[in-house]
Design a protein around this ligand. Structure first.
Ligand SMILES: Cc1cc2nc3c(=O)[nH]c(=O)nc-3n(C[C@H](O)[C@H](O)[C@H](O)COP(=O)(O)O)c2cc1C
Length: 204
């Protein structure tokens, strides 16, 4: 049900390239007043990639670092969860999460989700999202794709996930990487029934 606004989001990030897309997604989500709660989970590999791409230092105040908030300030409605904590709220279908987005989604995490391997919180939360028939958006990033990746994308889509590859559009002529990543984040939010006022709209 893409047109029903989602208020309680689970946002996971994994060790694929494209941390700038996560940054803009979190930024837009934390500004959107319709979204009341965000549970945020980062894999260990995501931290490694974010260190390269966003020049983050360590795990402390991770959300504040991603969003570029000064002085250890963090976004109030974003609650960080440990990927090792299989007892966190989003590990249970009884917790009222509305939808989950994995951005970026590595092909390793894709494989584990596609095969129901729920050994860490990210995969468990994705498994729960699917079993509860809630929207699960996988922003997969890898190139080139081998047949294992393609089969796993099919398996995940067949189980109810939306494979939303990290493939930005160019027809609105983005002036910067930030603009490109922000428009992509807006597209993901629109897919969850959360259209953004500043989003580019093709008029034909
Ligand atoms: C700088 C860097 C970039 C990477 N880019 C990708 C990528 O685009 N896609 C991908 O699937 N894996 C990529 N990897 C490899 C994953 O991080 C690795 O397979 C990791 O085990 C994934 O773990 P996770 O799925 O638990 O996050 C990259 C690794 C590094 C260090």
């Amino acid at each position: 049900m893409p047109n029903q606004p989602r208020q309680n989001l689970t946002v996971a990030t994994t060790g694929a390239s494209g941390a700038i897309f996560l940054k803009h997604f979190l930024d837009a989500a934390q500004r959107d007043r319709r979204i009341t709660a965000i549970n945020f989970i980062a894999s260990d590999a995501a931290l490694r990639v974010m260190a390269e791409e966003l020049r983050l230092k360590g795990r402390s105040n991770l959300v504040g670092q991603i969003l570029g908030f000064p002085g250890g300030r963090s976004a109030q409605k974003i609650r960080q969860q440990s990927n090792d904590d299989i007892g966190a709220n989003v590990a249970s279908g009884s917790y009222p999460a509305d939808a989950m987005v994995v951005i970026p989604c590595s092909v390793g995490t894709l494989a584990r989700i596609a095969h129901g391997n729920a050994s860490h919180l990210i995969e468990r939360a994705a498994d729960v999202t699917l079993k509860e028939n809630r929207p699960l958006v996988l922003c997969v990033r890898e190139t080139p794709l081998n047949k294992i990746h393609i089969r796993n994308m099919y398996r995940a889509a067949d189980a109810g996930a939306t494979v939303f590859p990290l493939v930005p559009a160019f027809y609105y002529r983005p002036a910067s990487l930030d603009e490109m990543a922000r428009e992509f984040a807006y597209r993901v939010l629109a897919h969850l029934g959360l259209p953004q006022p500043g989003a580019f709209r093709w008029k034909g």
